[in-house]
Ligand binder design. Sequence first.
Ligand code: ZN
Length: 430
Amino acid sequence: MEKNQKPVHEKPLPKLIYITGLKKYNWLYREGYTLNNMILSKANEYRDDLIKFMQKLVRTKSYSSKEKDVIEVIRKEMEKIGFDEIRIDGLGSIVGKIGKGKTIIAMDSHIDTVEVGNEDLWKVDPFGGEIKDGIIYGRGASDQKGGMAAMVYGVKIMKELDLLDDFTLYITGTVMEEDCDGLCWQHLYNEENIRPDYVVITEPTNLNIYRGHRGRTEFRVKTTGLSCHASAPERGINAIYKMAKIINEIERLNENLKDDPFLGKGTIAVSQIFFKSPSQNAVPDECQIQIDRRLTAGETQESAIGEIENAIRKAGVEGEVIELFYERPAYTGKVYPTKKYYPTWVMDRESEIVNKTVDCYREVFGEEPKVDKWTFSTNGVATCGMYKIPTVGFGPANEIYAHSPEDQIPVEHLVKAAAMYALLPKKLSS
Ligand SMILES: [Zn+2]
């Protein structure tokens, strides 16, 4: 059995102690109950509520920019738990607030999902929320509705065990991440003025602690030519031939990009090609390529564009780099354009936020966590990549199931993540 699959077997708490205030639990300490024992027991007690909430989330379809219904499901659950304040921002993300202390902490879960893809590849109903052998299946189960379910119950435990402290906690259910990671947080930061001291991203980490991932940017390169009849190509200038020279240089560039011992290597790929031509019997007068550039530590959009301009010069032809923008309207109707640039972020292993999260993990689970990184991208591109807010990742489910027809989350992960989230804000604010 894998470390993270180990079930919670804590001594159940006697019924009569569910009174507010940890001070009132002193006698439990004398009885041999520890804080982690109480937190895990509480999380275990809410296992069925967690399952029910998680199933509701999976059963409510929430493709990017169509999240309205699932936001309502979350609002109802937050109301039931008793958040101090619940609001929905201009882009449609939900923000639940707890406390009004000094340290500002945000715990984030994006609640949009990618589409189902080929339904024939699914063994279950992608929106059925089926549970089998302790695992919940369906679109968004791993990426990442589990984070949302566990956070809300983390708050319930936090309130009941009096784990509130000198902090203000924002629980955010954010929109459009799958389409444009970080956009929701650009909006929360700039338009809603939410400026946390710490951010916890609850994307799937398999209950490990993650501290960064590669960034990326998308752009195009355009060449132009002169069209003429294809029967006499010497009369024109072929935009595709020009582009071919640039593409060769880009292929070579990929071999020489930066490497980083933790995040891995930066990469570049030509992913699509487009052309304009008067007909099939004409020399094309325009060509564009789409570029997918993954950025490792020390690489930025600026450095990536500089390299491409160099490659164009080496190719000995004229070409133009075109920056791309994301401009899809949110379900609220709001358009909030942003560059297709998702900066790399990485927190030092010895940074305060990582150390405090590791301490919290040790305290809750009594064992050493694994500290690692995501393969994919998260809203951390905005919180840490753009705004330099210390950010850390801890989430239920395994990222290998993200976006796949095997999308799933173990119930045990929901219970454990709720326990961790109940204590984490107190640890971060200490
Ligand atoms: Zn995700």
